[in-house]
Design a protein around this ligand. Structure first.
Ligand SMILES: [Zn+2]
Length: 257
């Protein structure tokens, strides 16, 4: 029996993942990792600060591997970030279970993103009472992308599709998500109820006349109603906000990945 020539694995982090590693150590690009016991790549990179959800490719000794790979002394590992546009409907080596569509689940630390995603027409669940355990569980059960600013939450195994929201301002967060998942062309203004996420239906003015204020009755003619909660939407109600939102989205400069 001979000892391995080096007890370390060399781990190279690419792109913006270096910022996540950098929260913990100075040399952010290359980490000499002492392999004291056999641990999965997922556990090792998460111990170094990078949630598995942010990783797009893993290469060990020139071969593409998945999160279950057991790191060995002498290994040379490259960790590359997910880069936009990320299509969650296509299976990959790291995420073999694709999602039926880009649908979202919102953590309370990015709560204001929920109404904006719904305003843009995307299926978005948000329940302020759900904490980490429920969020991680719902993410898998509901086949959704979990959006959060909580690194620890994204490290949970139940979270297969998740994204660390890096922008701080809610409209910029929406722009970040549309860019990251390449779904800007799928924006449907006022496709869903801002309050309850239900798809809105066109409704005849005559059917809702008794719900309208006199000025709304006078000036607006096209209406939508939420079959879930009954809320009525019309051109005057949120359109100025929507126009402002679309203008801000058009000006957005994407983050580096
Ligand atoms: Zn509703």
């Amino acid at each position: 029996m001979t000892e391995p020539s080096t007890p370390e694995a060399i781990i190279t982090f690419c792109g913006w993942l270096r910022e996540l590693v950098g929260r913990r150590r100075e040399n952010t690009a290359i980490v000499h990792y002492p392999v004291a016991r056999r641990a999965s790549v997922k556990d090792v990179i998460e111990a170094l600060g990078v949630p598995h959800t942010e990783v797009g490719r893993l290469i060990a000794n020139n071969e593409e591997i998945d999160f279950g790979y057991l790191l060995a002394p002498g290994d040379s590992l490259t960790v590359a970030p997910l880069t936009p546009p990320v299509d969650v409907t296509i299976p990959t080596l790291l995420r073999p279970q694709p999602l039926p569509a880009a649908r979202f689940l919102i953590d309370h630390n990015v709560a204001k993103l929920a109404a904006r995603l719904r305003m843009a027409g995307f299926d978005t669940l948000f329940n302020p009472e759900w904490h980490d355990e429920e969020l991680a569980g719902e993410c898998g059960r509901q086949q959704r992308i979990l959006l959060t600013r909580d690194l620890q939450l994204l490290k949970r195994k139940a979270v297969e599709h998740g994204h660390l929201v890096r922008e701080e301002q809610p409209t910029r967060q929406l722009a970040e998500i549309l860019h990251f998942y390449g779904i800007a062309a799928q924006v449907r203004p006022f496709g869903r109820c801002l309050r309850c996420n239900t798809v809105l239906h066109e409704v005849a003015k005559a059917d809702i006349l008794h719900h309208l204020e006199p000025l709304t009755k006078k000036y607006y003619h096209s209406f939508r109603r939420c079959p879930g909660c009954g809320r009525i939407y019309w051109a005057g109600s949120h359109h100025a906000k929507m126009a402002q939102l679309l203008a801000e989205l058009a000006r957005y400069q994407p983050l580096p990945y």
